[in-house]
Write a protein that binds this ligand. Structure first.
Ligand code: AMP
Length: 289
């Protein structure tokens, strides 16, 4: 781990662009880690991966309003800039780009050109309950790639559908950036790290690891030879989910990791994903069999 005494913080597009130009002139390999802040060990693992694979890492912190639906938790989303900055400093991040909403959407967030992913990728999984979410993500990520044209960008497997869509977007739109996938980081009790975990009340926090336990049950049974997802869905629902009235299940689905097509026959390229609300907080997780 490298420790540096200072870190650059930019709020303006023009300023971070100057830095990128300077780093490119110095022939530095640049890594980009886009986040919405409230940094946890999942985000830090992305920064560490970038530190390993590039010369300089730029972290973006922007709670992007266009990826939240009208009834979602945009205003409640945790914002912890000072501690985020300290964490980035400790990991030797070169700069943080933390724009205000006006800087990213000067004509208003609804008055912009958008990047629209095909419905085949968005009408399922999280897209069902969050119909405009991935359009917001694709648009802001494209903007960030244009503002900070890094060599590599680091994304977590935790947001599997987002990762799939960003990979496809980069491929389809010929965006010259390499997408690097980083594995899911978990709390000691198995709960996938998430900024939203900060919004869990103490009781919900105790229940939240049940989501990972559900995925592990499916994986254990698959390893023991059961390949029919319907059977495992029924078992997992009965033995775990239905035992806790606090868990409001949105989906538990198996799909082909390479195509995002649903599957009933589990195999080594199956990804099993879960989404649920616990104590009003929406959590997601997944496991690759
Ligand atoms: P967010 O701040 O939630 O938008 O996430 C920013 C990036 O961190 C995304 O690429 C996420 O997939 C990634 N990320 C979030 N949680 C985790 C985790 N538990 N493990 C690994 N990566 C994560």
């Amino acid at each position: 781990m490298t420790t540096k005494k200072e870190i650059l913080v930019f709020n303006k597009i023009e300023e971070v662009r100057l830095l990128v130009n300077q780093l490119k002139a110095e022939k530095k390999l640049i890594g980009l880690v886009p986040t919405m802040g409230a940094l946890h060990i999942g985000h830090l693992s992305l920064i560490e991966a970038s530190n390993k694979l590039t010369d300089e890492t730029i972290v973006t912190i922007f709670v992007n309003p266009t990826q939240f639906g009208p009834k979602e938790d945009f205003s409640k989303y945790p914002r912890t800039f000072e501690s985020d900055k300290e964490k980035c400093l400790q990991l030797g991040v070169k700069a943080i780009f933390a724009p205000e909403i006006n800087e990213m959407y000067p004509n208003g967030k609804d008055n912009i050109f958008r990047v629209v992913p095909p419905e085949t990728y968005t009408e399922k999984l999280c897209g069902k309950s969050r119909p405009t979410h991935f359009e917001g993500v694709a648009t802001v990520v494209t903007k960030l790639f244009n503002i900070i044209p890094a060599h590599k960008a680091f994304f977590g497997q935790k947001d599997a559908q987002q990762l799939f869509i960003i990979r496809k977007m980069v491929e389809d739109l010929n965006i010259p950036i390499e997408i690097v996938t980083c594995p899911i980081q978990r709390e000691p009790d198995g709960l996938a790290c998430s900024s939203r975990n900060l919004n869990l009340d103490p009781h919900s926090r105790l229940i939240a690891p049940k989501l990972y336990q559900t995925l592990k049950l499916v994986n254990t049974e698959y390893m023991a030879g059961e390949t029919d997802f319907k059977t495992l869905y029924t078992k997992a629902k009965k033995e775990i989910i239905d035992q806790f009235t606090e868990i409001s299940l949105e989906y538990l689905l198996a799909f082909n990791y390479n195509t995002l097509l649903p599957t009933e026959n589990l195999s080594s390229n199956t990804l099993v994903a879960i989404a649920a609300k616990i104590g009003g907080v929406r959590l997601i997780d997944n496991i690759i069999l």
